[in-house]
Design a protein around this ligand. Structure first.
Ligand code: NAD
Ligand code: UDP
Length: 318
């Protein structure tokens, strides 16, 4: 089987490439390296079944492929807000280009959608049937609306052009290969704690998130892909254990034995107040649920960042 992983040099994409190679796939990773890094896939470079193509999915691409995984899009709010038009283009034109490629090849295609399609949810936990509460003109809208539009493209390509689709709504996922400058909460807090620097809690830290370890997520993606029948509906993948951001900060200080204090910084606009996936659909149709507890996942991630920081990168700013 030949798989194309768009966004293959990013955090999740690199883990997915690795897993697909282990399963015997021929893997082509496509990435414009805007937030991804070749270091993430350095260990795959000499693999006979792996190739990397530097390419922006906003331009069309033509190659022979059996499965496509679209993970190309910055996921960190700091990154996707740095060029909102590019975020929109990536989600809309990029998704359309990959759907066209799927149609040309009769390939199966998966979209990495997001819990952000629920916006700042008024329903808790979030089930797939919830329509969401999204601000169409806030600073998160380029991502939220871009991802919602991408989903619609997927459903319509399935309905009108019979493309075999999978749409997975990914909730906050963390682990090794997140970039130290990524700006997301777990990478920020771990690096700050390892440096005994203050942990920057936004707002009062009472907003909640549910954190899924990367291996669990990739296992869920593979199980969804393996489902025989095409799916014209989205599936949530995430860990339903919910924590406040303040609890997370305290936990990371404890696990790193850090001397860090906590500082409170302004809460960004439209920051969702609560987030937790309802994963009953994934449990029912995939037999999937996360198995890595937060403590274990954090310890593995701390160990990864500890090694990364020991290569001394004075330019890592969080
Ligand atoms: P990431 O930023 O580490 O990876 C995204 C990759 O896409 C990067 O390598 C980047 O260079 C590449 N990319 C961006 N725009 C591109 C373009 N136009 N053409 C080609 N490549 C492009 O982020 P991630 O955490 O690995 O997220 C991967 C996917 O999963 C994203 O689509 C994201 O929206 C989705 N997702 C992730 C999470 C999470 O918690 N990690 C949560 C929800 C959804
Ligand atoms: N956050 C924080 N300090 C940081 C980075 C993030 O308090 O240094 C908060 C952020 O306001 C949000 C949560 O942590 O409430 C998760 O942020 P992240 O950027 O990881 O992802 P989001 O779920 O907001 O897309």
């Amino acid at each position: 089987m030949r798989a194309l992983v768009a966004g293959g040099a990013g955090f999740l994409g690199a883990h997915l490439c690795d897993r697909l190679l282990q399963k015997g796939y021929h893997v082509t990773a496509v990435d414009n390296l805007s937030t991804g890094f070749l270091e993430n896939i350095a260990s795959l470079e000499n693999h006979n079944n792996f190739q990397f193509i530097r390419h922006d999915i906003c331009s069309s691409l033509h190659l022979e492929v059996d499965e496509i995984y679209n993970l190309a899009c910055p996921a960190s709010p700091v990154h996707y807000q740095s060029d909102p038009l590019q975020t929109l283009r990536t989600n809309i034109m990029g998704s359309m280009n990959l759907l066209e490629l799927a149609k040309e090849n009769g390939a199966k295609i998966m979209q990495a959608s997001t819990s952000e399609v629920y916006g700042d949810p008024l329903v808790h936990p979030q089930k797939e049937l919830y329509w969401g509460n999204v601000n169409p003109m806030g600073q998160r809208s380029c991502y939220d609306e871009g991802k919602r539009c991408a989903e619609t493209f997927f459903y319509e390509y399935h309905k009108q052009k019979n493309v075999d689709i999978r749409v997975v709504r990914v909730f906050n996922t963390y682990g090794p290969k997140m970039h130290p400058n990524d700006g997301r909460v777990i990478s920020n807090f771990i690096i700050q704690a390892l440096r005994n620097a203050p942990l920057t809690v936004y707002g009062k830290g009472l907003q909640t998130r549910s954190f899924c370890y990367v291996d669990d997520l990739i296992r869920g993606i593979m199980a969804f892909n393996d489902l025989q029948e095409t799916c014209d509906f989205p599936v949530n993948l995430g860990n339903p254990e919910e924590f406040t951001v303040l609890e997370l900060a305290q936990f990371i200080i404890e696990l790193t034995n850090s001397r860090s204090k906590i500082v409170f910084c302004p809460l960004p606009q439209d920051d969702p107040q609560k987030r937790r996936p309802d994963i009953s659909l994934a449990k029912k149709i995939l037999g999937w649920q996360p198995i890595v507890p937060l403590k274990e996942g954090l310890l593995r991630t701390i160990s990864y960042f500890d090694t990364e920081l020991s290569y001394a990168q004075p330019n890592v700013v969080v």
